[in-house]
Design a protein. Structure first.
Length: 212
């Protein structure tokens, strides 16, 4: 029996939407686990269970697939964060919930750090689309943090949002590298202290320190 031919025929019967879903799921899993440069299109084909012809029909090049993967990852990650934050009631709790989301993410078996930082480190200097996708992801996160701290009553939400973004980014890198104990919890504690200072009643009345 020609099992290879039967497998090829079965792959060819997958419709376009199903093929794209399978390919994106396989690309996300493999690119995130191993790195973009380490994974070839033949490996994506095998993991997705589609023919190479169908793979290239859906994504004409690896560069196109990488861009689609980052877009897919951005949409999925941000949706998960929004759902997690949306489960809590008060603005202050929603700020803390960002770090609770990170803590849960860090505990997942397949956690390998930030896919956008990873992709930027691999391809950012030579791939403007990858660099743009990574920056857009971080910009959306920064905007979300800005909205949360504004709702929480921060006197200067732009400054606080920048500070929280640095805490988020640092916690992700520390968790991926194993360089800190409980990075999400420590970052959450620091975020709480910053939020306390930014929402103190006399915050706006404290003059900036004058230079000697």
């Amino acid at each position: 029996m020609d099992t290879q031919g039967a497998d090829t025929a079965r792959r060819g019967r997958i419709d376009g939407d199903e093929a794209r879903r399978r390919i994106l799921d396989a690309a996300e899993r493999l690119f995130y686990a191993r790195g973009v440069q380490a994974v070839g299109m033949d490996q994506i084909r095998d993991a997705a269970g589609v023919s190479l012809k169908r793979l290239y029909q859906c994504y004409p090049s690896k560069d196109v697939l990488v861009e689609a993967y980052l877009e897919h990852r951005d949409r999925r990650w941000n949706q998960a964060l929004a759902e997690h934050v949306g489960r809590v009631a008060t603005p202050r709790e929603r700020v803390a919930a960002v770090f609770g989301f990170l803590a849960e993410w860090f505990e997942t078996a397949d956690f390998r750090g930030c896919s956008f930082i990873n992709a930027f480190g691999e391809l950012g200097p030579t791939s403007p689309p990858v660099a743009a996708a990574a920056r857009a992801h971080k910009r959306r996160l920064r905007e979300r943090l800005g909205t949360l701290v504004t709702e929480a009553g921060a006197a200067d939400p732009d400054v606080l949002a920048d500070q929280l973004l640095l805490l988020v980014e640092g916690a992700i890198v520390a968790a991926a590298m194993g360089t800190a104990t409980g990075p999400a919890e420590r970052a959450r504690s620091a975020a709480g202290a910053l939020l306390d200072a930014a929402t103190a009643p006399d915050h706006a009345l404290v003059p900036p320190q004058s230079r000697p």
